[in-house]
Write a protein that binds this ligand. Structure first.
Ligand code: XCC
Length: 662
């Protein structure tokens, strides 16, 4: 470690060290991992190399739901043994899976409920710092669930909308409000299976209760409640978070954004906001533009205050305001190693505890701001929506003072990638049809005529158990090469931006049909929809494809598929389950927490499809994953009778190229 630094000493517990090029394809992250090692600082990649994943836990063959155990079964002989209470492998695995779904769904619902609380305060005049920015969206959301809007004031509509959406969480009987947006046939299937969510609190509570020792001990019945609880996330809490976010902060539309660690500026005060709720970010945006604070930064010798996002709230703000984004989940510690981050403010979810130590080593202020997420060793400045600037101003002031007293050497990887983001469902409507004929018809038409083979949602986390970003990028390249249009959310979207695939110029990597459509419309073959809660936008897009017609009557009929190739969080499992229950074939990578060749595995991977839902798939290999997704899309095309159209289009294209060449 260079002598002139005052980096605090840290013990590096690392025994195994992997080549940075083996653990990530993100050049900035690799460089910072190398620097961290030179500095004697440990980050997640090194911790992963030295923490072997528990093999019993990886197969979910362990039950610790009571004190007669914990019981562990042998996943090689799954039916040879049962737990002390008699629970068999299918009960144990489905209960573990259920608790992941419950936690993931709880997280998104908790986030959505906070957003709705802010909305209520805005409507009631208890908050001045936020307002209803998008009244069109307000009306559109209200209308979609049957609220009268004509001739009424925004306040009246908003009041009704608040009361209606509150049911998403608190209702004990009936169907959640956004069930009204589900395509009829899909909803019919849910009703038949009795999996239409009532209210998220009830569903999460019931799932937790059913998985108690000696309660629900049939994997099929547990799976039903998994679906209901997951649907209460996708069509419930997450959808409310997205829609209220749009109403309060604006509906995204196409915007060019800079991504990667090169967005940090050595001569400015650098502040990172990392987490999930856009309210903290929105207020930080106001604070960094506060003239007195900008002056204070200049007095401290800075050329300005540079606000940058990371992870999901970063994705929300880049889609809405074009705020630069420094990287995804596995880059959050690495970015601190630059020494250039004066403050990082975090709220909830995916905030590694390891950040505290790394921040301490580089003298970065790490602030927790949310009552639900404190971290030992981080400073806590609580964020209150009714008085948000008290927190965010304080963060900016502390960041300025750190800038003034910077005493660690700074090394910023000068890498910046540009991408077009902000593809909300509303923007796609406009992009394809223009202001007067806004519609998904051109998308459906191009799927029917075969130029676009199908649509894939590639979403979710990055995970240090696989090479960061690599699985996402290889999978997406394969899909677009085969004329599959890709929709993205979450950390995946940042991986693809760094790979240069979220620009219209990336159309050259697409197959002839998709490439032609992209060139005509001027759009990228990979469309970023925002944060993980914005997977709800993909559900809405799929519903719209059904409504426009020509591609079947339910989401399960569509030539679409989903994937989370580098997933790691319980939220991802909840998302996967609601995609499956909505009708998508959904493939996960890395690992799958179920023993193969068991009844529960067969249920998730085959039988759910026979019930009219989607199904799960698994492969750690991106090429195999792409093959599985494309095969599914082709199967759906065949069932719709549009497989021949595609053959014709491709022949046309080949013929045309032959003519061009001649
Ligand atoms: Fe977290 Fe949302 Fe996963 Fe990224 S994608 S690692 S959940 S930040 Ni949401």
């Amino acid at each position: 470690m260079p002598k002139e630094t005052t980096l605090k000493e840290t013990t590096i517990a690392t025994k195994k060290v992997r080549n940075p090029k083996e653990v990530t394809i993100c050049e900035s992250t690799a460089r910072m991992l190398e620097k961290a090692r030179r500095d004697g600082v440990e980050i997640g990649f090194d911790r992963a190399a030295n923490m072997r994943a528990c093999p019993i836990g990886a197969d979910s063959a362990c039950c610790k739901h009571c004190a007669m155990g914990p019981c562990r079964l042998n996943s090689k002989y799954p039916y040879k043994q049962v737990g002390v209470c008699g629970a068999n492998i299918d009960t144990i695995m489905s209960r573990n899976f259920a608790r992941m779904v419950a936690t993931g769904s709880a997280c998104h619902n908790d986030h959505g409920m906070t957003m709705l609380g802010v909305f209520r305060d805005v409507v009631n005049g208890n908050i001045d710092d936020y307002e209803i920015k998008d009244t069109n969206k307000l009306e559109q959301v209200a209308r979609s669930i049957g609220i009268e809007v004509d001739g009424r004031s925004p306040k009246d509509i908003a009041t009704d909308l608040y009361h209606e959406l509150e049911k998403t969480y608190t209702q004990v009987e009936g169907e959640i409000p956004f069930a009204k947006r589900v395509p009829e046939k899909t909803l019919e299937t849910w009703r038949k299976l009795d999996i239409v969510p009532r209210g998220a609190m009830r569903e999460v509570m019931e799932l937790m209760s059913r998985t108690h020792m000696g309660c629900d001990q049939h994997y099929e019945n547990i799976t039903k409640q998994c679906s209901r609880t997951a649907l209460a996330d996708g069509w419930g809490g997450s959808m409310v978070a997205t829609e209220i976010g749009d109403i309060l902060f604006g509906t995204p539309s196409a915007v060019s954004v800079e991504v990667n660690m090169g967005v940090l500026k050595e001569d400015q005060v650098n502040i990172i906001v990392h987490g999930h709720e856009p309210n903290l970010f929105d207020s930080m945006f106001a604070s960094v533009n506060e003239p007195t604070l900008v002056e204070a930064a200049e007095r401290a010798g800075a050329k300005g205050i540079n606000l940058v996002g990371m992870c999901c709230s970063g994705l929300e703000m880049m889609s809405r305001y074009g705020v630069p984004h420094a990287g995804n989940f596995m880059s959050t510690e690495a970015v601190l190693v630059t020494g250039a981050v004066d403050a990082m403010a975090v709220d909830i979810q995916c905030i590694k505890q390891g950040l505290a130590k790394v921040a301490e080593c580089y003298g970065t202020h790490l602030f927790t701001t949310n009552p639900r997420c404190h971290i030992e060793g981080a400073q806590h400045i609580e964020f209150h929506e009714r008085d948000p600037k008290t927190c965010t101003d304080e963060v900016v002031i502390k960041a300025i003072s750190r800038f003034k007293n910077r005493n660690t050497p700074i090394e910023i990887p000068k890498i910046v990638n540009k991408g077009i983001h902000g593809f909300s469902h509303e923007y796609i409507n406009y992009m394809l049809g223009g202001s007067f004929r806004a519609s998904y018809s051109p998308l459906n038409d191009n799927i029917i005529n075969g130029r676009i083979r199908g649509v894939a949602g590639v979403v979710g986390c990055v995970n240090p158990r696989v090479k960061q970003d690599w699985v996402h990028v290889e999978l997406v390249k394969e899909l677009i090469k085969n004329d599959v249009l890709v929709l993205q959310t979450g950390c995946s979207q940042i991986a693809l931006t760094k790979a240069g695939l979220t620009t219209p110029e990336a159309a050259i990597y697409a197959g002839p049909g998709l490439g032609e459509v992209c060139e005509t419309v001027g759009m990228p073959p990979v469309l970023g929809f925002g944060a993980c809660v914005d997977n709800s936008r993909i559900l809405i897009a799929a519903s719209e494809m059904v409504r426009i017609g020509g591609l079947g009557d339910s989401i399960a009929d569509l030539p679409v598929a989903g994937a989370a190739p580098e997933w790691m969080s319980e939220k991802a499992i909840a998302i996967g389950q609601y995609f499956v229950a909505s009708g998508f074939f959904t493939v996960f990578g890395v690992t799958f927490p179920i023993v193969e060749e068991t009844k529960f595995h067969k249920h998730l991977f085959e039988e759910l499809e026979h019930q009219g839902l989607g199904k799960w798939g698994f492969s750690p290999d991106p090429y195999e994953m792409a093959k599985m997704m494309i095969a599914h899309i082709d199967k759906k095309r065949k069932a719709l009778g549009i497989d021949k159209a595609r053959e014709r289009v491709l022949m046309d294209m080949a013929d045309r190229r032959a003519v061009d060449a001649a």
